[in-house]
Ligand binder design. Structure first.
Ligand SMILES: *Cc1c(COP(=O)(O)O)cnc(C)c1O
Length: 494
């Protein structure tokens, strides 16, 4: 299976999956897409439903990564999704009643769904480097709104042949997210705060990738730049797995009849997670609609509803910071799939120069045929956290709460009572202050002691990695301006 750029499919040079994963971004600035989406037969589904999670992951990944040895993929998936990394299973499904099922994606080493991809991706990259005879080190650059940074650091730390630098917006992540990154171990890692918001950090990283002189300087220093952001295909492909896995689990449990349509709801920022759900649907998973949930930075809700993408608007810091994004990079993949690389390129060019674009009518229609968009502000988000706790005894984080609110609004607006799989993207303990606010906890403890208070008040457990982060010493405290970013990757050894 070959991969093409979203901006030059067919015309551009195809690359193998290993190349696509190694490069991250295509030379023309586009994102890599497989030349076709593999279809799952009924027999495939039956086989998948009989498997455990690592086997399902290996089977699905092998359809996209045809140049990888299937036995090696299975080894990697078994290691990545092992019990010691995901205690109790990688992607458990929990029923909330009313045919609503929460797909819990945060049982990994950093307590957010990014682990689902970032535990496997370094293994895929490591293999890609040897498959392509790469002599240089890969230097992973990450811009993070919080969860990706730590998940990437955990995935890549002390991996041979790789260095990693993580940039995060100085005031754009939660105290716990910041602490998790600042305390990272490993000799090949660097973590730097950037003044500005997530888009500033992300644009800074994109500028480094696009700079030919910097690439030359990197080569002279024995490395090349690669990405671990969700623009990398190696991040996206593993995310397709859990939607298919969740459906299998529901079929196995008798909650859903095979072939019965479900809806999938995803709290969305960069559009990676929901695009993976879209691909699962394209592969033949019986999915009626994809519910795209946003916070007050509702650029996607507006786009789905009006066809106009407009990032020239006020940026809000919310209690769901991993979704505080005005440029949803992976949306480009959907555009390219739906209207082709030429129109996609033109729209991306317009976005770059004017900050907005209008989807042609056929595109807007195609998007509305599958996607529904809803958003919640912070007060509404807290109300969902409180309601989930009061009514269902389930403690959820603000991102998941945005998703839950979107599901309720969708059901109310459409009357569609089909089963819903809601992606639950983080542990509530990663966002303890907002959750404590929502539950109106009184006599609030300071700092990380709040985690213990929340645990005591709700009888729920603090994930072990978060307890650890609160205790470990801080290693990385540097804050820089955006224009200083290009020099940072040349600073670490290892
Ligand atoms: C990254 C993240 C999201 C958004 O996912 P995208 O793939 O960027 O749309 C939602 N919730 C949490 C907790 C996240 O870390």
């Amino acid at each position: 299976m070959n991969y093409y750029s979203t901006r030059s499919m067919g015309g551009g040079l195809p690359v193998s999956a290993a190349e696509a994963i190694k490069r991250g971004l295509a030379a023309d600035g586009g994102l890599y897409l497989p030349e076709r989406v593999p279809a799952l037969s009924r027999a495939d589904f039956d086989a998948l439903c009989a498997m455990n999670y690592p086997e399902r992951a290996a089977k699905i990944l092998s359809l996209y990564l045809e140049d990888y040895d299937p036995a090696a993929l299975l080894d990697d998936c078994r290691a990545a999704y092992a019990e010691e990394r995901f205690p109790g299973g990688a992607a458990p499904v929990r029923s909330l009643g009313d045919k609503l099922y929460m797909l819990e994606l945060w049982h990994g080493p950093t307590a957010a769904f990014k682990d689902m991809a970032l535990q496997i991706m370094p293994r895929l990259l490591s293999r890609a480097l040897s498959m392509t005879d790469e002599k240089l080190l890969a230097h992973i650059l990450v811009a993070t709104s919080g969860d990706t940074g730590k998940a990437a650091l955990e995935g890549y730390r002390d991996v041979d042949g790789v260095k990693i630098t993580v940039f995060y917006p100085v005031d754009g992540v939660s105290a716990m997210q910041k602490r998790q990154m600042q305390t990272t171990r490993g000799s090949n890692v660097n973590v730097v705060a950037v003044r500005g918001n997530f888009d500033d950090a992300q644009n800074g990283v994109k500028a480094i990738f696009a700079d030919k002189a910097l690439a030359g300087k990197a080569h002279e220093n024995g490395f090349f730049f690669s990405s671990a952001n969700s623009i990398n295909w190696g991040r996206l492909a593993p995310q397709i797995v859990y939607y298919i896995s969740a459906y299998c689990d529901l079929v196995n449990a008798g909650a859903v009849r095979f072939g019965e349509e479900v809806n999938i709801a995803v709290p969305t920022g960069n559009f990676g997670n929901i695009f993976a759900a879209y691909l699962a649907r394209e592969m033949g998973l019986p999915v009626r609609r994809l519910i795209c949930a946003s916070n007050r930075n509702k650029v996607l809700t507006d786009f789905i509803r009006t066809g106009r993408y407009d990032r020239t608007r006020e940026f809000y810091k919310t209690i769901s910071p991993s979704m505080d994004i005005l440029i949803s990079s992976n949306l480009e993949r959907l555009l390219s799939v739906l209207v082709g690389p030429e129109t996609c390129s033109a729209l991306m060019e317009e976005l770059k120069t004017t900050g907005r674009y209008d989807a042609p009518a056929d595109l807007a229609e195609k998007i509305r045929a599958v996607f529904s968009g809803y958003y919640l502000d912070d007060e509404e988000t807290k109300a969902e956290i409180a309601a989930a706790w009061a009514e269902k005894g389930v403690l959820i984080d603000p991102h998941t709460a945005v998703g839950l609110g979107a599901v309720k609004r969708y059901r109310k607006e459409t009357g569609d009572g089909a089963p819903v799989i809601l992606a639950s993207t983080a542990s509530p303990y990663k966002f303890a202050p907002a959750v404590a606010d929502a539950l109106a906890l009184t006599d609030r403890a300071e700092g990380f002691a709040l985690l213990d208070q929340l645990s005591l008040a709700t009888g729920t457990e603090i994930p072990a990695p978060l307890e650890e982060a609160a205790r470990l010493p801080v290693r990385f405290e540097r804050v820089i301006d955006r224009d200083e970013m290009p020099s940072v990757p040349f600073e670490i050894g290892g």
